[in-house]
Write a protein that binds this ligand. Structure first.
Ligand SMILES: [Fe+2]
Length: 242
């Protein structure tokens, strides 16, 4: 089993008991052994208390992605072009209220020639009706994430970053009430290079030669998350480092 799923198994139920969240959102783009999200893991994690998955630049890495992405509670990055498989956003009803979850991909230092997350959000917000809106901005550059968060301040309830795997200590409530953190951080190996083996990371940086990811295994783990209270505007970092 991957280190990410091992860390999830080790900490999730306790954290769930402590914080008692109504809804759990997982960025699952590396959950199937670093490579996208599989149908099997999606179904298993829904049974274990996860409600919604967001993805990122690995959303289309698996061969079976059209089938996987057709599942109801998976939001793929919304700013890919027309005709892309999967849901532009997920609607989730809880206790008579509607939450909309949107996943966006950044454009700075990212590979795919996608649409602007800024204009995509304008388009989506013109048509979405919801009690709460949560945005996962999956991006490399903190400047892009923070700028998007200010652009959406007061228009969505929360903008939380993913993709760098490194949790940031900048959790804040923006001036018009939107909750923000540049990156939620990862669930997985503590000493890996964002999940990949340290040995491999050093070799890659020394030689410059690309390699298929080999995960860091059998070491200590880390579990990072963000707890949000969208009614009381509270944001709290959860950061376990073994
Ligand atoms: Fe990513």
């Amino acid at each position: 089993m991957s280190e990410g799923r091992k860390a999830f198994d080790r900490y999730f139920q306790n954290i769930k008991q402590e914080y008692k969240p109504n809804i759990v959102i997982v960025n699952g783009e590396n959950i199937a052994d670093t490579n996208g999200l599989s149908e099997e893991i999606y179904k298993d994690y829904l049974k274990r208390g996860v409600n919604i998955f967001t993805l990122g630049n690995h959303a289309f890495s698996r061969r079976d992605y059209p089938e996987v992405l057709s599942n109801k509670y998976i939001a793929r990055p919304a700013n890919y072009g027309q005709g892309t498989s999967g849901n532009e956003y997920v609607e989730y009803n809880y206790n008579g209220k509607k939450l909309v979850v949107i996943n966006l991909l950044g454009r700075i230092f990212m590979r795919d020639p996608i649409d602007s997350p800024f204009s995509k959000m304008d388009d989506l917000l013109a048509n979405i009706e919801a009690d709460y809106i949560f945005v996962d901005i999956h991006a490399e550059a903190t400047s892009e994430k923070l700028t998007l968060a200010h652009y959406l301040d007061g228009r969505v309830n929360a903008v939380i970053g993913t993709h760098t795997h490194v949790p940031t200590a900048d959790s804040m409530v923006l001036p018009k009430g939107t909750l923000y953190q540049s990156d939620a951080g990862m669930v997985g190996a503590k000493y890996g290079i964002i999940g990949a083996s340290v040995k491999q990371g050093i070799r890659k940086f020394k030689t410059g030669v690309p390699e298929r990811i080999q995960p860091e295994i059998d070491g200590p783990l880390q579990f990072n998350a963000v707890f949000l209270d969208l009614d009381q505007n509270i944001i709290k970092r959860i950061n376990i480092m073994e």
